[in-house]
Design a protein around this ligand. Structure first.
Ligand code: NAD
Ligand code: WQD
Length: 336
């Protein structure tokens, strides 16, 4: 099987995807600048798979480096995870986000075109749906967003659609992830946020492990069954499998296609907390506080297209997600 360039492959979703790629027999080359990752993640992926990864430390904006990678390796396809992803930080550092995410993707695509490697699977996000008109959200829903991070995803999607119009040899999958949580069931790899977690699940696991006193639940006055925000949590191993399904289907699809990767089910903040406590026999003290600015009430996928077209469906449920998040956090209280 061919060689896959995985940008951002040392990160949370990238590391889990690398493991499945190795297990499926692909050659994996990771390019990562380690801005938000540790090499230890890749060492553990190699140990789990019993196979090695070619690692290049560097930035997707470094075209000289990218050219060297494409010259020295016969790259068949690219899975493009590299990017900055913190919504709040993107509001205070918009230039860094546009440069890293948008300019970085453009630089990558330019070198891919030079090398005649025109297959790319891109990490988009449900954030491109903004505050949706209705749930579940199909891929055909209106695209809009509320923050610079989301704007970078919208702009990158548009750039990729335009590239596919100009040159129909490209095969581009825009994977719109819902809310990835969980970890590899071994507990050896998982999400390792820097500083105070922005996202719900790493915050919950850090409270459960005693690193933080309590969870702040951001609002219980939303128009949802229990008043707390509802999201489509998806196990990171299912998400990783979605990348392999998209990769395998690239040749058979139109030049550019978008796919939702979610379970199609919505869980509230309190559903997640209670599932976590029940499954892991742990205690997660919480306090309801004000809404977090920019949050929406409910967001979950219509995941029909990925099932029908890619033959991919999430297999894991919320119990698996909270169990595996805890397996990772409890075995690695300080992360990598
Ligand atoms: P992550 O931060 O763990 O992984 C991103 C990786 O990219 C990191 O290893 C980082 O070091 C690397 N990186 C960043 N900028 C780079 C650059 N310029 N050059 C080379 N490497 C660079 O994040 P993740 O959760 O694994 O997310 C992966 C992708 O999926 C991102 O594009 C993110 O926006 C997208 N996404 C994530 C979520 C989520 O909730 N985790 C949801 C939707 C979409
Ligand atoms: C989930 C729910 C919060 C933390 C973000 C990005 C999105 C995507 C995924 C990249 C919400 C509540 C959270 C806490 C809480 N990332 N919450 N207390 O906001 O759905 O999506 O990550 O593309 O673009 O916006 O995820 O995990 O932050 O929040 O009550 O300490 O948990 O209000 O209802 P979100 P999240």
């Amino acid at each position: 099987m061919g060689k896959i360039l995985v940008t951002g492959g040392a990160g949370y979703i990238g590391s889990h995807t690398c493991l499945l790629l190795l297990e499926a027999g692909y050659d994996v080359l990771v390019l990562d600048n380690l801005a938000n990752a540790s090499l230890e993640a890749l060492r553990r992926v190699e140990a789990l798979a019993g196979k090695s990864i070619t690692f290049v430390e560097g930035d997707i904006r470094d075209q000289a480096l990218l050219r060297r990678v494409f010259t020295e390796h016969a790259i068949e396809s690219v899975i493009h995870f590299a990017g900055l992803k913190a919504v709040g930080e993107s509001v205070s550092m918009p230039m860094a986000y546009y440069d890293n995410n948008v300019v970085g993707t453009l630089r990558l695509c330019e070198v891919m075109a030079e090398a005649a490697c025109k297959n790319i699977v891109f990490s988009s996000s449900a954030t491109v749906y903004g505050d949706p008109d209705a749930v579940p959200i199909p891929e055909t829903a209106a695209l809009r967003t509320t923050n610079p991070y989301g704007q970078t995803k919208l702009v990158i999607e548009q750039i990729l659609r335009d590239i596919a119009v100009a040159d129909s040899e490209w095969r581009i999958a825009l994977l719109r992830y819902f809310n990835p949580i969980g970890a590899h069931p071994s507990g050896r790899i998982g999400e390792n946020p820097n500083g105070i977690p922005n996202n719900l699940m790493p915050f919950v696991t850090q409270v459960a492990v005693g690193k933080r006193p309590q969870l702040s639940v951001y609002g219980d006055d939303y128009n949802t069954p229990d008043g707390t925000g509802v999201r489509d949590y998806i196990h990171v191993m299912d998400l990783a499998a979605g990348h392999l399904a998209a990769l395998r289907h690239l040749a058979a699809q139109a030049p550019c296609e978008a796919y939702n990767l979610g379970t199609g089910k919505g869980y509230s903040v309190l559903d997640v907390v209670h599932a976590f406590e029940r499954v892991n026999k742990a205690v997660v003290p919480y306090q309801v506080v004000d809404r977090r600015p920019g949050d929406i009430a409910a967001c979950y996928a219509d995941a029909t297209k990925a099932a029908e077209v890619l033959g991919w469906q999430a297999k894991f449920g919320i119990e698996d997600m909270v169990r595996d998040s805890w397996a990772w956090q409890s075995a690695n209280p300080e992360g990598y």
